[in-house]
Design a protein around this ligand. Structure first.
Ligand SMILES: Nc1nc2c(c(=O)[nH]1)N[C@H]1C(S)=C(S)[C@@H](COP(=O)(O)OP(=O)(O)OC[C@H]3O[C@@H](n4cnc5c(N)ncnc54)[C@H](O)[C@@H]3O)O[C@H]1N2
Ligand code: MOO
Length: 426
């Protein structure tokens, strides 16, 4: 269908703020683009979540311990609680037992010992535990086996945490360790960030959903599945609005649906570039988007759109599948984290590795090269870029464990030289 409406000129198009660092192509750098995406991203709201349903949620405030753990000194081993000095002098008298949840209930007199189990309270007066493997107990008397002695196998009260102290900071994502710690601190209900609602709009006449009977020049829409997975992993609730035709009215309808769904982030997939059928910018503009930037110094991912539409954040991801996915990792996931109050949302996630192949000089965009990652015999991480780096290649991406990052204008990188990588999670 021929384009009949002229693309409205969008605020910010072609004019970037002077404080941003530009590459030689006069494109906004990835770091500046990320800073701009995160600039107004704040905690959206707070709600309660039962502990059992809080996995993956983000803490809205510091979580303070409601008790001390362990509450009293407890044994770390099964054995006998006693005074180490008494045992060194000869046999001691067994006077009772301390089990987890049922302490001995009295102080230990000199020359006395009690049978004790892991996690059981250590009676007052005892300063050591003789492991049961190291003990001979008979007729109420206890001796250390030859060569063995009692040791300090005691977990002192508060070894793990103290009542009143903050043990998990606001903005922290609740994984298995944090959930267990919150439970141990006696929190049944947690105050967590509201999940950002992310609406996905795929656009393209060629796209059909998986399971359909595609025509000869049609392809299956795949980007939405990867982007949804990335968004959900970052804590979002995803509303996949489906596939829309390359038609201005149709795309405006899609944006309207995203607004009706009260999306906090509207993510469009494809239609971001300069072709006559790349209609997302005009459609977003007609719906009232304020464009912040379009086109950045990134490969893959140059035609990234960022802006605001009322309270919603807009991210227009490029259609090429690898570009969509890399842009979602670099921009969408941090945005979702920031909207949940994570102070580290924009933190550098790269790490050092060694280049596994000679690489030519890089041109004007930061390059995220799909790479295989191995650990060599000396324990060094070696990142070797895939032979083909076209941004349509999902197979190469799925066979990669990392993105090897090249800076704009970087000189040739010889094999063996240090480089930076971004690990791809499974
Ligand atoms: N003359 C120029 N052409 C292009 C430029 C440019 O600067 N000048 N930039 C190129 C770059 S870089 C990219 S990236 C792409 C991005 O284009 P669009 O965002 O407009 O994406 P589409 O044209 O809609 O699609 C590109 C490609 O991706 C496939 N696609 C789209 N959506 C999906 C989906 N949901 N699932 C799977 N695959 C999808 C689509 O079929 C196309 O093959 O533009 C370059 N061109
Ligand atoms: O950014 Mo495009 O992804 O280079 O193909």
């Amino acid at each position: 269908m021929p384009l009949t409406l002229p693309s409205p000129r969008l605020r910010g198009e072609g004019e970037q703020a002077p404080r941003d660092s530009m590459t030689q192509n006069n494109l906004l750098s990835v770091d500046d683009a990320l800073a701009r995406v995160l600039r107004d991203a704040r905690l959206l709201g707070v709600e309660d979540a039962a502990l059992a349903a809080a996995r993956g949620r983000t803490l809205a405030g510091d979580l303070v311990a409601r008790r001390t753990q362990p509450p009293v000194d407890v044994s770390a081993m099964d054995g006998y609680a006693l005074r180490a000095a008494d045992l060194a002098r000869g046999p001691v008298t067994l006077v009772g037992e301390s089990a987890a949840g049922h302490g001995y209930g009295a102080a230990l007199a000199p020359g006395e010992a009690v049978r004790i189990f892991t996690g059981a309270p250590v009676p007052v007066g005892a300063d050591a535990i003789l492991l049961q493997e190291d003990a001979d107990a008979a007729e109420g008397l206890l001796r250390a086996r030859p060569g063995a002695s009692a040791g300090a196998h005691i977990r002192t009260a508060g070894l793990d945490f103290h009542e009143g102290r903050a043990a998990i900071a606001a903005g922290r994502r609740l994984g298995p360790a944090e959930l267990a710690l919150a439970a141990a601190m006696n929190h049944a209900i947690l105050s967590v960030a509201r999940r950002p609602r992310v609406a996905l709009i795929a656009s393209g006449d060629e796209l059909v959903p998986p399971g359909a009977e595609p025509g000869p020049s049609q392809i299956i829409s795949s980007n939405n599945f990867a982007v949804a997975a990335i968004a959900e992993s970052a804590g979002a609730e995803v509303i996949d609005l489906g596939i829309f035709r390359d038609d201005l009215a149709e795309l405006e309808r899609a944006i309207g649906l995203a607004r009706d769904a009260q999306a906090d982030v509207i993510v469009t997939l494809g239609g971001a570039s300069v072709g006559d059928r790349d209609l997302l910018r005009p459609a977003l503009a007609r719906q009232g988007m304020t464009l912040d930037f379009w086109k950045i110094a990134m490969r893959p991912g140059k035609p990234l759109i960022s802006g605001r539409l009322g309270p919603a954040h807009i991210l227009g991801l490029p259609g090429n599948p690898v570009a969509s996915i890399v842009c979602a990792l670099v921009f969408l996931a941090p945005l979702i984290r920031a909207l949940q109050g994570d102070p580290d949302a924009g933190k550098d996630q790269t790490e050092r590795a060694i280049a596994g192949a000679d690489l030519p000089a890089n041109k004007g965009r930061r390059d995220y090269m799909r790479a295989q990652l191995v650990t060599d015999a000396e324990g060094r991480l070696i990142a070797t870029p895939q032979p083909m780096q076209d941004s349509s290649l999902l197979t190469e991406l799925a066979q990669s464990q990392a993105l090897l990052i090249r800076e704009p204008g970087e000189p040739p990188l010889p094999a063996g030289a240090p480089c930076r990588i971004w690990r791809l999670q499974g």
